[in-house]
Design a protein around this ligand. Sequence first.
Ligand code: SAH
Length: 491
Amino acid sequence: MAVGIVHLVGAGPGDPKLITVRGLEALKKADVVIHDRLANPKLLEHAKERAQFIYCGKEASNHALSQDEINAAILKHALEGKRVVRLKGGDPYVFGRGGEEAEACVEAGVPFEIIPGITSGIAAPAYAGIPVTHRNFSSSFAVVTGHACEGNEGIHVDWARISTAVETIVFYMGVRNLPLITKKLLENGRDKNTPVALVRWGTCAVQQTLVGTLDTIVEKVREAKFTSPAIIIVGETVRLHEKLSWYENKPLFGKRVAVLHRGQQAAVEQIEELAGQPVEILLVDTVPASEDTLDTVINQLETSDRMVFSSEEGVGAFFRRIREMGEDIRSFRGGFYAVGRDASEALLNKGLFVETITDNRLNGIWAGEKIIVESEEQGKGSLVHHIREQGAEVIGWTASKKVLSEKGFAILENMIEEQALDYIAFTCPADVHAFVSLPLFKDQGRNLERLKTLCFDEETAALLHQKGVDVDYIVKDGTAVLYSSRLSVIA
Ligand code: SAH
């Protein structure tokens, strides 16, 4: 059997978009992904459907797998001919033990490649407004492990030389050892007023920055109960933190934003773009419609003139049921029509000729015909209603229907009670209707005072306002527009 290949991939510091193009390519092709705690698990969504995932921990002193076990796992799968991605936080060769893994590959005769990543020691300060070098303050920086302490054999830091040899020192894995680090730096010639910053979970929506001096930082960290993972930056450029802060100034930074129904990728991305943390709480669920109606439709294929689809889901459900019933689509002699690109593509993929239609092209042309229409909306103002008004006989059916999820209601109410949310995002009018039917909402808006609202279009915002809920933000193209003092009028 041919030997596979190992890619040691830097996942970047945390923000899942900070992986390299090449890293992402390797991840998409991998058969096995061996990942650790600091590599953002969101990245795993890019892997193949059938890829195997192996988690190897790496929380200080709580390793799910030892380094020997990790090396053995990498080699085993590669020797079985698989493409192995070893996904590591930051850069694989910066305190990542990537060197040891590459050596293991060489010794076993397994081919490997290194795909560097953006290391947290540079990225976390950058997201906190701290450049590691600066023309006026710092012409050099060093990356140093903060893990060296008594009893940690094999790791030695030459404090006497490093303390004053460079302007900026960046420590990894140093939070627990901060008292020792500051002591050693002070003993070896660094001024006690030297600014120090800690950046925890840098580049992530939960990023926290704490600033002090060599003299004060230990106390501040203790008070704030600041824990790892964090990068420690020592040096004058830390003074730029306030001036150059940008990520932490984003409108939704650190805010938890509830998204109320599934598949809201665009909204989720916009929230992330504004540095918020989307929390999916599904109030509205989509469930497949009953098979009975579809069976009735299929039984009338022979006598129908045209078929209209308005969703990809509809096309899928229809052909699945045809097959299950042992029917043949050729019993239908009429034409296929699609509303929108998704439905059109799905029909084309079935090898069918399809015409795209819009409401205003319908005017009377199908009068007297029998038309099968798949559409989510069946009521007044809907496509079904419109075609019927043109004088056609319409057999309407729905591939899926929206239902309120009781579980979602309970979770949302709980989170509101616990004050675990900062914003609620309303992506469409259905979200508003669902929200205002919450018992908690009816209960005089209890606990809703501090909760802010976010809409993505004027129509939804207007509806929300009409229901008596203030609209705080409307998000357009990734920029949040603040509606002054809890918006009260929408024209
Ligand atoms: N190879 C990684 C470092 C692994 S060592 C890299 O290049 O970034 C683990 C240490 O990295 C943690 O203890 C912490 O000091 C630092 N670290 C990793 N991700 C971080 C993040 N998002 N924010 C702050 N520090 C981080």
